[in-house]
Design a binder for this molecule. Structure first.
Ligand code: NAD
Length: 479
């Protein structure tokens, strides 16, 4: 039987219960069973965490980048030793298949390793002087205590992208993972502390999200806010952070278009994109959603894609061969049904799927909606589920116009064998991430982030480290 991580707050280096004894249940999305009770932080707990985060920042920011890397490398080694136990927790609380949870963890650990190395290259610069006795220089410093709020869809990656960037840069961090998937973050933090991360550098709190965020963001102590979540919540938290002018990084919602041109290799495109659509049951910010297919290829693509995706093996995340697990909660099934009914009412048809599977756990068939038009809600609001919309387009101009129509811009995909078309796609897609002839657009050493209402600031790559640094100019007059 897979074991679930014991749940706790992490404050001042101690895994502990909330001081007022309030808890909430955490559910297994594949069975509906309660996994454990999650403690909530009280106002006093949050005040303590804030005070500790300042203290921890004061000491951690003075630890050399070299020594920070040693501690983080030891953390990576211990995390890999525990990967199967942590993957079991991730799978239990999130509903994704166990092998997929392991892949997510591998990415998260590689991210920590990469940031730990990169922090040793947080170079400033010496500026050529204007006078012989003046020495102008620029340095990079950790930005200050940081606070982060993250979504449940990648319980390890969403957390690690904040933790690795902050801690490698020399910041302390208070993170509030999702209350739906708390165990993975706790397991990661436990390994990092066991590997030598000083208590207080990384703290974890849970509670009513609105209460926690208002309390933490009202404090002048955090100097940095980083959010992974929906655009609506990101806008709200940005406003709260404005009162104390915290720097912000916003990794928010997407609505990824997939352009399949008449020059595309249809079979290769289907083989590349179907597993990306079913990954985490479509609950991925970069999940391919609006398929804009050259009219010459439309029938073949829709038929081929529908047939391939309908063969997805759905079920118990721990069973051999499962390719797609459960949605996170009942509310996501309701959302799938709302979007499907709306699309069908407005003239679309269901090419495959469209139904809940069974009545235990939150399973839903991969669904393909044919002949989608922009009046349909799903073409404008993020489905965040195993849901693909197919639309025929006349040419690349109209495909690009539709791809860039929505106010968000995270991932965009294009499939073509024409290099001229591939260049146009790279140049003209309004997005932070572009995949050409393949559907994976993230790696630890590359910047990940969106444009417009998907937010700003990157995670990963030198750009991700930069968001946890501030710049100081020093001009010394030599006496
Ligand atoms: P969400 O915005 O509801 O939650 C994100 C975080 O904010 C969670 O910690 C949550 O507890 C907290 N939160 C929720 N409501 C809050 C409130 N009123 N006040 C303060 N905090 C609040 O997002 P979600 O539904 O959990 O996640 C799905 C969204 O996240 C999708 O839009 C998806 O595209 C986006 N996402 C974006 C990225 C990215 O890198 N751009 C990655 C993963 C997910």
């Amino acid at each position: 039987m897979p074991q679930y991580e014991p749940l706790a707050l992490l404050i001042d280096g101690e895994f502990r219960a909330g001081s007022e004894g309030v808890t909430e249940p955490v559910y297994n999305p594949a069975t509906g069973e309660v996994l454990a009770q999650l403690p909530h932080a009280s106002a006093a707990d949050l005040d303590l965490a804030l005070e500790v985060s300042q203290r921890a920042f004061d000491s951690w920011s003075r630890v050399s980048a070299f020594e920070r890397q040693q501690i983080l490398d030891a953390s990576v080694a211990l995390l890999y030793e525990r990967i199967d136990e942590i993957a079991a927790t991730l799978s239990l609380e999130n509903g994704k298949p166990f092998p997929e949870a392991r892949i997510e963890l591998d990415f998260a650990f590689q991210t920590l390793k990469w940031y730990a190395e990169e922090a040793r290259r947080a170079y400033g610069r010496i500026i050529p002087t204007r006078a012989p006795n003046l020495r102008p220089s620029v340095r990079k410093e950790p930005v200050g205590p940081a606070v982060a709020f993250v979504a449940w869809n990648f319980p390890a990656n969403n957390v690690m992208r904040k933790v690795a960037g902050a801690v490698a840069a020399g910041c302390s961090l208070i993170i509030k993972p999702s209350e739906e998937t708390p165990g993975t973050a706790i397991a990661i933090a436990r390994a990092m502390q066991d590997a030598g991360l000083p208590g207080g550098v990384l703290q974890i709190v849970f509670g009513v999200p609105d209460t926690i965020s208002r309390h933490l963001l009202a404090s002048p102590i955090p100097r940095k806010l980083s959010v992974t979540g929906s655009t609506a919540v990101g806008k709200h938290l940005t406003k709260l952070a404005a009162d104390t002018l915290k720097r912000t990084t916003m990794e928010l919602g997407g609505h990824a278009p997939v352009i399949v041109t008449k020059e595309a290799d249809i079979d290769a495109a289907i083989a590349a994109i179907v597993p990306v659509k079913t990954r985490n049951a479509g609950q991925v910010c970069t999940s391919p959603t609006r398929f804009l297919i050259a009219k010459e290829k439309y029938v073949d693509f829709v038929d081929g894609f529908s047939e391939a995706i309908s063969k997805t093996r759905i079920g118990d995340p721990f069973a051999d061969g499962t390719q797609m697990g459960a949605l996170i909660a009942e509310r996501r099934i309701d959302w799938m049904e709302t979007l499907i009914n709306d699309a069908v009412d407005k003239g679309a048809s269901v090419a495959t799927g469209g139904n809940r599977i069974g009545n235990v756990g939150n399973f839903f068939e991969p669904t393909v909606i044919k002949d989608a038009t922009i009046e349909m809600r799903a073409m404008n609001e993020e489905p965040f589920g195993p849901f693909a919309l197919m639309t025929p387009v006349d040419d690349l101009d109209s495909a690009l116009a539709e791809a860039n129509r929505v106010p968000v811009g995270l991932a965009s995909y294009g499939f073509t064998r024409s290099q001229a078309e591939a260049l146009r796609l790279q140049d003209e897609l309004n997005a932070g991430l572009v995949g050409i002839n393949q559907g994976v657009v993230s790696m630890p050493e590359a910047p990940f982030g969106g444009v417009d209402e998907t937010g700003y600031g990157s995670e990963g790559g030198p750009e991700g480290l930069e968001t946890f640094l501030r710049t100081k100019f020093v001009l010394e007059k030599v006496l």
